[in-house]
Ligand binder design. Structure first.
Ligand code: KG4
Ligand code: ZN
Length: 338
């Protein structure tokens, strides 16, 4: 049994998170979310870096004390190198480097997108992990793509968005509905009590396994402008129905391409990952396909969907086993392909 203890650190966007992993089991997973961005309706990079700077030490301390372990039992430090906001990444990177140096343990760099996908290998993420090769619909605030996962570190993006990410579509439509940022989880909650067939929106026509979300965003905007002109209280009076209808449309767009990819590639091991994989409509649609299409689905536990350090620690553990360590002069990178 692997007993290696690793500290994972995540700071790619607006969540400062630290986690302790032992083998494939998460002992603690702590996050400080930054409320400051709500009043700006989106993440302000400069404010995010400052907040990471304030949060990182208390968050790491909390992760250690919740896991009830001493610093000197840590075998390595894993950190998010990219992709993400550079100023945010630099905070986590610098902190991880300094701590690795002071504890005299190896440093392990982690790709944030690979981490979203590999969260499925955390012991309690699923009843059992997916088998290779599997498809993973990776949907977050910054990315939307279908990834063919051939092995832990052998991944191929077979389709992605040509414009906005799915999470961005949720957030931007939420803004039109005067909801707080980030709106994805709020729309999800309101959608549960709305009628998903109340309104329909046009779906994009794009090739292969590509996605596009800018069209639906514009379609919702024009629809709302037209209705609000007739009735200024339209949004307030129909909020749940609008949310349910928008969510249905976004989930259908995501699922249609995933179903096409699964069929064309003849793969029935299908996973979802990233912040939008917390969406209840998407989770239900995945489950339905177990019966309908014979899929084996992998839907991560909620705490491993949105940004978290547990997934970073998981990848660090996999790299530790392979002896893949990073030099102490490594730097963060805003763009980082999987
Ligand atoms: O993975 P994540 O935490 O950060 C990025 O790497 O981008 O994803 C954040 C995104 C946001 O756009 C947020 O609105 C969306 O995930 N999100 C959701 C839900 N929970 C979070 N979208 C739809 N339904 C949800 N329940
Ligand atoms: Zn993410």
């Amino acid at each position: 049994m692997n007993q290696t203890i690793i500290l994972g650190i995540e700071s790619s966007c607006d969540d400062t998170s630290a986690a302790i992993i032992k083998g494939n089991a998460i002992l603690s997973n702590v996050a400080a979310t930054q409320a400051i961005h709500v009043e700006y309706g989106g993440v302000v990079p400069e404010l995010a870096s400052r907040a990471h700077q304030q949060n990182i030490v208390p968050v790491v301390h909390q992760a250690l004390s919740k896991a009830n372990i001493q610093q000197n039992t840590i075998s390595a430090i894993g950190f998010t190198r990219g992709p993400g906001l550079l100023g945010s990444l630099l905070v986590g990177t610098s902190f991880a480097k300094s701590l690795a140096m002071s504890l005299d343990v190896p440093l392990i760099e982690v790709n944030h997108l690979q981490a979203h996908i590999l969260c499925h290998f955390i012991e309690d993420a699923n009843p059992k992990p997916p088998a290779f090769p599997f498809l993973c619909l990776t949907v977050s605030g910054g990315h939307t793509m279908i990834v063919l996962v051939k092995d832990y570190f052998d991944m191929e993006i077979i389709g992605k968005t040509m414009d906005d990410a799915a999470g961005e579509a949720f957030d931007k439509i939420g803004k039109m509905l005067h909801l707080d940022y980030p709106a994805g989880a709020i729309i999800d909650k309101l959608a549960k009590i709305g009628n998903e067939n109340a309104f329909t929106f046009n779906k994009p026509k794009v090739d292969d396994y590509q996605y596009s979300f800018s069209g639906i965003k514009t379609s919702v905007l024009y629809f709302l402008q037209k209705e609000v002109k007739k009735n200024p209280d339209f949004i307030k009076e129909n909020l749940e129905d609008i949310c349910a209808s928008v969510q249905k449309c976004l989930v259908e767009i995501l699922m249609n391409k995933l179903e096409k990819a699964a069929k064309d590639l003849n793969i029935n091991e299908i996973a979802i990952a990233g912040g939008v994989s917390a969406n209840s409509g998407l989770r239900t649609a995945m489950k339905e396909n177990e019966e309908k299409l014979g899929w084996k689905t992998y839907i991560p536990k909620f705490e491993y969907t949105t940004d978290n350090a547990a997934m970073i620690a998981m990848v660090a553990q996999l790299k530790f086993e392979r002896g893949e360590f990073a030099p102490l002069n490594i730097s963060a990178t805003a763009r980082y392909d999987i």
